[in-house]
Design a protein around this ligand. Structure first.
Ligand code: AHR
Length: 307
């Protein structure tokens, strides 16, 4: 099935190919779509048989999919957890079935030892810090209050928790920076649009929007324009991911800064899957390298964006 629990759609591989069960978060953002494509293509290229399941941003769907992978006896399970906590039972089940687990993109919170082999993904705290650092430098000459509204990613998810933490760590060193409102926009365009509309209707003194991803920023831009304001001018906008649409918005002057989060980790994931299947040692944590982009760089970078 393309959605929900189930075992997922099969793809690729020969008779003795490694069988990988992958449970994806959903299709909530441009980032996610690029990530899914990268994983599917890389599996095909590596000759790995992929059973892919889309959880539609529901943890119970992911748990169901993982249980189904265990039941089918796949060789390796990989998943990108919707939220951080609540995985202990199902991870223990995979462990006792002897199926190695690889975490990708998002981390889990667990006290259990050795329930997954490795975690491949971005450093979300660092992304939040990069956003905060740019902002404090941008407003370095101003002693006035800087009122920030924050569009948070899915409540309880690693990127929402960590991006808030990294950003707050930096701005809290400066007394004039304040997050005046913060709400969950679920990493979607419609979420960003709705929450920003609510922010604007209750506050006419917003200086900065910090969006935990590009899709929410793009949705918020619609609300800012509908309110008769100029995004990127009247309200400084920072977002995370670096999808093409956000680069276009930066080139158009509507987003001021994009902190990159790279979704194209399929090839690295397949490499790890091969290694854990072969019983090779892998590093416990593998971080993805990423950059930061401003409006000056947007136009030039645009044709080279791969997602
Ligand atoms: O986990 C990565 C985040 O999830 C991306 O930043 C966001 O766009 C996606 O939905």
């Amino acid at each position: 099935t393309a959605c929900g629990g189930g075992g997922g759609e099969g793809q690729g591989g020969g008779d003795d190919a490694i069988v990988l069960g992958f449970s994806q978060v959903g299709a909530e953002s441009g980032w996610r779509t690029a990530n899914t494509e990268s994983i599917k293509n890389a599996a095909k290229d590596a000759g790995i048989e992929l059973k892919f399941s889309d959880a539609q941003q529901q943890q119970e769907n992911q748990i169901q999919a993982i249980r189904s992978f265990i039941q089918q006896g796949v060789d390796v399970i990989a998943f990108s957890p919707v939220v951080e906590s609540g995985w202990d039972t199902v991870l223990a089940e995979a462990k006792s079935a002897g199926i190695p687990v690889v975490l990708t993109d998002r981390a889990v919170e667990t006290d259990q030892k050795d329930v997954y082999e490795t975690f491949l993904g971005s450093d979300f705290v660092e992304e939040g810090r990069k956003a905060g650092q740019w902002l404090v430098e941008e407003y370095a000459d101003s002693e006035e209050d800087v009122n920030i509204v924050e569009l948070q990613g899915t409540t309880g998810s690693a990127p929402a928790i960590d991006r808030k933490e990294g950003f707050t760590e930096i701005i809290s060193e400066h007394d004039n920076f304040e997050i005046t409102a913060s709400q969950d926009g679920d990493f979607t365009r419609s979420g960003g649009q709705e929450v920003m509309q609510a922010f604007l209707s209750s506050d006419d003194d917003i200086d900065v929007l910090y969006a935990h991803n590009d899709d929410m920023a793009l949705g918020a831009i619609e609300s800012i324009e509908s309110a008769g304001l100029e995004p990127g001018e009247d309200i400084t906008i920072i977002s995370i991911d670096g999808i093409k649409d956000a680069f276009q918005a930066m080139a158009d002057g509507k987003i001021n800064l994009v902190v990159e989060c790279n979704p194209l980790i399929g090839p690295q994931l397949m490499d790890l899957v091969g290694k854990v299947h072969a019983g090779e040692e892998v590093e416990e944590r593998i971080t993805v390298e990423e950059g930061v982009y401003t409006q000056d760089e947007a136009e030039e970078e645009l044709p080279d964006r791969k997602y």
